[in-house]
Design a protein around this ligand. Structure first.
Ligand code: 5AD
Ligand code: SF4
Length: 440
């Protein structure tokens, strides 16, 4: 690669970040950079960062500390994403060898920022675009999986939950035109993708700027693109979760049987303190719509344990809600105080030990719920999309429409390739995965 500009990029955080990185990689390649696999081989080292919890944020500073010696070899460093936006120019103080700091709302301007760096600028920033109405659209997305790909339909967040940094790191809520989303979906289908995952911090808060389609209508339209067999969407906000989303799933077979609907707490009091703008009852009403669908729709959620002021009774309400809903998966986190957020000024009243205890109780309870839920699939034939092989176990790794891992054996001499859809008889269940045999 003599003479060619090279870059290394590592991603921390959520699917939005993973997909942003795919767009950043595409943009850099378009600017004549080649991606390399190690920091040592790169001219430009980029970290796309996450600041959702303190632990996530600390990761990038540890990483920078581990690699900063490379600066002496003339390599340049860039910090992108949520920590970049949150910490801004303070990053230059903390890590003076960094030359680029950019939040996601400024990625449209990456080409010009890259030119500045190439010209020797040492403090290039993209931090002032959080009020933008623009989304980052590029035809140069370097998708890492040729079968299953993301499309961002809405960026930013206007919800301002009391605990959350995202409105400050990703800026104002802004949707893409549904025509542009559909054009991208068609292009992907034409190049062989069969699964599309629509992304947004609050994906169902989507509002077509041209007013042509509601979120549910956009879902259905993506599901009807010829060649697309599976459509997923994440993450839904309960406040904007409308019944027509469930109706769309019932009507369009390619829409997957899965809704991720973060509840955060089962106590209406805590939900009010979190500024979630729904009560326990309103949340359960939406769960009722999902359970009332003709198809069996799997549900997963996010929960925060130990939000300021959460009493033992409040926490009990969350446990009771898990029992009532019967989720197929729960992502649970200890509350972590974040800069700029309203909850930061509420006394962080729950000791860390107590947070850990609650988290463990919750995970233990949920494990038993999942054990029973997953067990119900034994004897069913489910369609698995092949993701790869687990050579150690001699199993093919697949995923069901409900987003469950289904590991299976196939009698054919050659294992089915990634991206292939295979009917599988489920023979065994664990709390987090299913095991089966391909049906001939
Ligand atoms: N502390 C702990 N968990 C948080 N989340 C968001 N902010 C915080 C925080 N300050 C969790 C929420 C959200 C998920 C992505 O991360 O549950 O849904
Ligand atoms: Fe992390 Fe939230 Fe930013 Fe995603 S949007 S990278 S979860 S802080």
């Amino acid at each position: 690669m003599a003479g060619q500009k090279t870059f290394y990029l590592e991603t921390f955080g959520c699917q939005m970040n993973v997909h942003d990185s795919e767009k950043v990689i595409g943009t850099l390649e378009q600017q004549g950079y080649a991606r390399v696999e190690t920091e040592e081989a790169a001219d430009l080292i980029l970290y796309n960062t996450c600041s959702i919890r303190d632990k996530a944020e600390q990761k990038v500073f540890h990483r920078l500390n581990d690699t900063k010696a490379l600066y002496k070899q003339g390599k340049r460093f860039g910090v992108l994403g949520c920590v970049a936006q949150q910490e801004g120019e303070r990053i230059f103080e903390r890590a003076p060898f960094v030359s680029l700091v950019s939040g996601s709302a400024s990625y449209r301007r990456l080409p010009e920022m890259l030119v500045q760096i190439e010209q020797g600028a040492t403090r290039v920033t993209g931090l002032d675009d959080r009020q933008t109405e623009e989304t980052f659209e590029t035809e140069f997305t370097a998708r890492s999986n040729p079968h299953r790909g993301y499309i961002t339909i809405i960026e930013g967040c206007d919800k301002f939950c009391a605990y959350c940094v995202v409105p400050y790191t990703r800026g104002k809520e802004r949707s893409r035109r549904s025509e542009s989303v559909l054009a991208e979906a068609r292009r992907m289908a034409d190049s062989g993708f069969t699964e599309i995952q629509l992304l947004g911090q609050n994906v169902n808060s989507y509002r077509d700027p041209e007013g042509k389609r509601s979120f549910a209508e956009l879902l259905a339209a993506v599901g009807e693109v010829p060649g697309i067999r599976r459509v997923r969407f994440t993450t839904s906000h309960p406040r904007d979760f409308t019944r027509d989303i469930v109706e769309a799933i019932d009507a369009v077979p390619s829409l997957c049987d899965h809704v991720h609907l973060p509840v955060q707490s089962g106590s209406s009091k805590v939900l009010r303190m979190m500024a979630r703008e729904y009560t326990r009852e309103q949340y359960l009403e939406r769960i009722g719509w999902i359970k009332g669908a003709r198809r069996a729709i799997s549900m997963t959620t996010d929960v925060i344990a130990g939000f300021p002021g959460e009493t033992a009774e409040d926490f009990e309400e969350t446990l009771a809600l898990l029992d009532e809903v019967q989720y197929d998966g729960v992502f649970a986190f200890k509350y972590s105080p974040r800069p700029n957020t309203p909850a930061l000024s509420m006394p962080d009243s729950i000791p860390d030990e107590e947070k850990s205890k609650r988290l463990q109780i919750l995970l233990d309870r949920q494990r038993e719920i999942q054990r029973a839920n997953y067990e119900k699939h034994v004897g069913q034939v489910l369609e698995a999309m092949v993701e790869g092989m687990n050579p150690a176990r001699g199993q093919v790794v697949g995923r069901t429409s409900q987003n469950k891992t289904l590991n299976f054996t196939a009698a054919q001499p050659i294992a089915p390739a990634p991206g292939v859809y295979v009917p599988v008889l489920v023979t065994k269940a664990f709390p987090n995965s299913l095991v089966g045999e391909a049906v001939q």
